[in-house]
Structures are given as structure tokens and as C-alpha cells.
Design a protein around this ligand. Structure first.
Ligand SMILES: C[S@@+](CC[C@H](N)C(=O)[O-])C[C@H]1O[C@@H](n2cnc3c(N)ncnc32)[C@H](O)[C@@H]1O
Length: 305
């Protein structure tokens, strides 16, 4: 589907400067079959100054937040990860035209990128704004917020690092709150341990499969080799999909408490610098829904340790 974002003009993603290329990401080593961390590499190396703190936006859409926030914070690096080719190209082209040297844009599934490509303890903030709600029950597994995702977010964040979330969607928010309750309680530490085990199982699954190249390719994260129809860089970071089983909620946990016995502490959301007066983040979707008078839900999950 085309959203006509380019309005007929060619979009230049500035491969290797703004758009992260398959070559920069590099191939996934065969060792991934036995070691789920074998593909981890620090994305800070893609920036002019790798020593700056790293912030990641998942689903950067048209790039409104990324452009504004990165201009306000030149001493930080911003990696926008966008799955859809057209939005990826649109945002990367905007970044190129603004000449923002502290922003890179990666076309990939961010949840897979975090799992298979991102080492632990390197991200200051993960921004997740107006994530697709997938309202049908049979599609809930496609929602970004899952226990497996929260485990990866917890792993890649620095101590004290933050996952910042805003949504307009009541049902998705209720789903998130159930997850947050687990992750701000002691149960969250069990989920951390389970996620480590599951990551290993997913990686070794490829090893157990028949040793034909086709089966192996399907079972383990695959390497990016070709360009898609629109000429954007499809960076495949994994072929696996997370699965999870529901866990009972600990009663009365997960509210705005000053302390937490779990991997995350839940805090109120404060508007980002990119927001105009009365806004939370100032993304394209926030502005669209604000015009419709929709209420929003927001919070911050801060990594305790
Ligand atoms: C509803 S839009 C919101 C865009 C932007 N954050 C905003 O608030 O205007 C959700 C965006 O997230 C992208 N997206 C959804 N799941 C993703 C994933 N797993 N990895 C990367 N991008 C994803 C979609 O392609 C879409 O552009």
C-alpha cells in the first residue's frame, strides 16, 4: 500500500549516512545457532560520535518526534527504527534534508532488532509512541508490548534507562497495564530469567532443524541480501517471532509507586521537548488524534537494575 508520502518526488535515504545499510548491520554469524548473543553489536558505532548516549524510537512513522527531539538534543544519538518501507524512506529523507548528524534510521522490525542485534546496557531511552494497537484478539501477538519485548527492553537499557510509552488506544493500554504490573513486581525477575532461556531456545531451534539450508534459513535470523521493490533497505534481523503465555497478575502492583521490587519502576510521563504546549510528544499520530479529541494514556518504565 502506498501512502503517497513522497508526493511524486524521489526520496533519498542517504544510505550509509542516514539510512542504515545491510552492510553496516553486517551478517548474522552462524554462531547465532548456539549463542543468541553472537549477533549483538553496538549501534552507536553507526554515529559520527559513538560516545554519545543512545536513544531508540520504535515505529518512527513520519519522523516528527525524531527530527524535533534530535535537533533539541545534539549531544545524544537517535536511532529511529521503522518497519514500513515508505515511512522509513520518508523519515530518512527528512533527516537528510535537515542535516541532522545525530540521527540514523533503520528499516527493520524493532522487536527483532532488540533481541538479535542489540547488546545489553547501551540504550538510554526507548520511545514507543502510538504503537499499532492490533485490536483483533487473534492479532494481539503482533503488538510490540509483550513480555518478550519488555525483557529485551530491560536488557538493552542502561541502569536507570527508560521505556517511554504513549497510546490513545484503551484496549491496548489495558493490555500494557497488565504487562507493566508484572514487570514492576518481583514476578518480573522470573520473566527476565524465562526470557533468557527462551532466547536460547529460539536460537538453538535452528540447530535441531533438518540441516537443509532452507530449513536453517527459516529457523534462525537471516541476513539482509537484497533490496525490496521500492529500493529501500530491508534489514532482516531475525526470522523468529516471540511467543508468550499469560501469567497471573500480582494483586495491587504496578501503580505509580516511588519504589519497585521488579525490573522496572513505573513513573508518570512528562512531556518531551519535542512537544508543543499541551502535547505529550508531538508526533503525527498525537496531533491527528488530538484534533479528534481522543484522550491519551502514557507512562515511563524506568529500569531499576
Ligand atoms: C501508528 S504508527 C505511529 C507512528 C509515530 N510513532 C507517531 O506517533 O506518529 C506506528 C508505526 O510503527 C511502525 N511499526 C509497527 N511495528 C513496528 C515494529 N515492530 N518495528 C518497527 N516499526 C514498527 C509502523 O510501521 C508505523 O509506522
Amino acid at each position: 500500500m502506498s501512502f503517497g508520502l513522497s508526493r511524486g518526488r524521489p526520496l533519498d535515504v542517504a544510505r550509509g549516512v542516514v539510512g542504515v545499510t545491510a552492510e553496516e548491520l553486517g551478517p548474522l554469524p552462524d554462531a547465532i545457532l548456539t549463542d543468541p548473543s553472537a549477533g549483538w553489536q553496538d549501534p552507536s558505532a553507526w554515529f559520527a560520535d559513538p560516545s554519545r548516549p543512545l536513544e531508540i524510537e520504535i515505529g518512527s512513522g513520519k519522523g516528527g518526534f525524531l527530527l524535533k527531539q534530535a535537533a533539541l538534543e545534539p549531544a545524544a544519538n537517535f536511532l529511529g527504527i521503522e518497519r514500513a518501507a515508505e515511512f522509513y524512506a520518508y523519515t530518512a529523507d527528512r533527516v537528510r534534508r535537515r542535516g541532522l548528524s545525530n540521527v540514523r534510521v533503520l528499516r527493520a522490525d524493532a522487536t527483532e532488532f532488540l533481541r538479535w542485534r542489540c547488546p545489553g546496557g547501551i540504550v538510554r531511552v526507548i520511545h514507543l509512541y502510538f504503537s499499532d494497537p492490533w485490536p483483533k484478539k487473534r492479532h494481539h501477538k503482533k503488538r510490540v508490548v509483550q513480555d518478550a519485548f519488555l525483557a529485551d527492553a530491560h536488557r538493552v537499557l542502561e541502569p536507570g534507562g527508560e521505556l517511554r510509552i504513549v497510546t490513545d488506544h484503551d484496549d491496548y493500554w489495558a493490555w500494557m497495564e497488565e504487562h507493566f504490573a508484572r514487570w514492576t513486581s518481583a514476578l518480573g525477575w522470573e520473566l527476565v530469567a524465562e526470557a533468557t532461556e527462551r532466547r536460547s531456545d529460539e536460537a538453538t531451534k535452528g540447530k535441531k532443524d533438518p540441516a537443509t539450508s532452507r530449513d536453517r534459513k527459516e529457523a534462525v535470523p537471516s541476513n539482509p541480501t537484497s533490496r525490496d521493490r521500492k529500493g529501500a533497505d530491508p534489514v532482516r534481523v531475525s526470522a523468529t517471532a516471540p511467543t508468550e503465555t499469560a501469567r497471573p497478575l500480582p494483586a495491587g502492583r504496578g501503580s505509580y509507586s516511588g519504589t519497585s521490587s521488579g525490573p522496572f519502576q513505573r513513573l508518570p510521563f512528562e512531556a518531551t521537548g519535542s512537544a508543543d504546549a499541551g502535547e505529550l510528544v508531538g508526533t503525527n499520530f498525537e496531533r491527528k488524534y488530538r484534533r479528534k479529541g481522543r484522550p491519551f494514556h502514557a507512562c515511563v518504565l524506568k529500569k531499576t537494575r
